[in-house]
Design a protein around this ligand. Structure first.
Ligand code: CTP
Length: 412
């Protein structure tokens, strides 16, 4: 299905540009044709020669090039692609896109195109968090631009936080998703409604990994499929969606700002940094405990019995958001993963965590919910239990989002 598809890659000027060489190789391995435009700044980080050798095509650098205009002008360049990918997408490129500036070849063809655009942002954490960048991102999401990443981690500038470009395999899977037209991950541009326009929805998804030492961790079987499907459905309904995802194998939903974290503590701090939100949905399987003192070096066998693991409790993200004295989202929704007395345990959880709704599901191994495609849920509020039939996680997500739209007065 990917054979012969054409990607136009716009490489921006950031240290992450070196990872794009790997992306080009992987695209070519899948018989995807790659044409490349490099900004002037990009050429400070990688050379047009290496890009041309790997892509097998001439690299386009100038807006005004007589040969190019006779062979292939910038309009043609953007029109002949199936998908345009901007990576690394610098703060500057995102600002140009958000404001419709056309100052060089890259920004001109991004304005001239009628094709889907996917961006992989990469920048210093303060630039990422700056209100101007966040305003531009919100605008681009509204315009239907797809986002992959950024990830959280340590950056070349020595700081730690969101701003690292997604890894080539993550960008690749987002590209593949878009090229095969997977509507479950569709961007708001192809959304069917604007039911939730102007609403900010914050979603957690996936498991958390709690380190034991640098190579081992405590995890759980969550795949992130339900949480990611909810984020995608919310984006399709026109909401601005921030997804805080633990380590998962599935791609970032397109049209959703996805931040990647490992531990419960990191998830909590990203959730706090992403407030205010109108709706919070805690779909992550957050580890209840972490190792009190994770080893800084790999623990070695030394012939004596292993030391017991001492655990300490993680912050309860859902309960904390629910009980915020100010800034509490209008609706706080949790999940209850239970293996017995599903409804009774979930009702107790609703009261204990002071949330407005709980989606309770049976995660016994025999049900195949953890990691599987389907889910059977009960929607529990303070005075009602609504049992939904077994359906796909995407259908659960659609139904939940229309229920929430109804609750905040945006009836469909
Ligand atoms: N949750 C959270 N932070 C935690 C633990 C759970 O935000 N530290 C959220 C989950 O995202 C989910 C809900 O709380 O929305 C319930 O998670 P679950 O694992 O079912 O409940 P627990 O709090 O772990 O309770 P128990 O161990 O008693 O089942």
């Amino acid at each position: 299905m990917l054979n012969g598809k054409r990607v136009l890659l716009v490489i921006g000027g950031g240290i992450a540009a070196y990872k794009i060489l790997e992306l080009i190789r992987r695209l070519r391995e899948r018989s995807i044709e790659v044409r490349v435009v490099m900004t002037q700044a990009a050429q400070q980080f990688i050379t047009p020669l290496s890009v041309a050798s790997l892509s097998g095509n001439k690299v386009h650098l100038d807006l005004f090039s007589l040969t190019d205009e006779t062979e292939m002008g910038h309009i043609e360049l953007s029109r002949s692609a199936d998908l345009i990918v901007v990576a690394p997408a610098t703060a500057d490129l995102l600002a140009k896109m958000a404001h419709g500036l056309a100052q060089d070849l890259a920004s001109t063809l991004l304005l001239a195109t009628d094709k889907k655009i996917l961006v992989a942002p990469a920048m210093n954490i303060r630039m990422w968090q700056h209100p101007a960048t966040q305003r531009n991102i919100a605008q681009l999401q509204k315009d239907g631009v797809g986002f992959v990443g950024p990830n959280e981690g340590s950056m070349a500038c020595g700081e730690f936080g969101p701003g690292r470009m997604s890894e080539p395999h993550e960008i690749l899977s987002a590209i593949q998703t878009l090229l095969v037209g997977d509507t479950r991950l569709a961007s708001p541009a192809v959304s069917s409604s604007q039911l939730l326009a102007g609403v900010h929805i914050l979603v957690t998804s996936g498991p958390t990994h709690e380190p034991i030492d640098p190579v081992r961790y405590i995890a759980n079987r969550s795949s992130g499929r339900q949480g990611h499907a909810i984020a995608a459905a919310a984006a399709r309904a026109g909401a601005r969606v921030t997804l805080i995802s633990g380590p998962v194998e599935i791609p970032d939903p397109i049209g959703v700002q996805t931040l990647h974290v490992e531990t419960a503590q990191e998830m909590f701090s990203q959730v706090q940094a992403s407030l205010p939100a109108d709706i919070f949905i805690g779909a992550a399987a957050v580890a209840d405990w972490r190792v009190a003192e994770a080893g800084l070096q790999k623990m070695k066998k030394d012939g004596t019995p292993p030391a017991p693991l001492v655990l300490t409790e993680n912050p309860d993200i859902l309960a904390s958001i629910s009980k915020l004295p100010s800034n509490r989202p209008q609706l706080v929704v949790g999940f209850a993963a239970e293996t017995d007395h599903v409804i009774a345990h979930a009702q107790a959880k609703l009261a204990r965590k002071a949330c407005d709704l709980i989606l309770a599901n049976d995660v016994s191994a025999s049900e195949g919910v953890m990691g599987g495609p389907d889910n059977t849920v009960h929607l529990i509020s303070q005075n009602k239990v609504e049992s939904w039939p077994k359906m796909s996680k995407e259908q659960v997500a659609e139904r939940l989002i229309s229920h929430l739209a109804h609750l905040i007065g945006r009836a469909s």
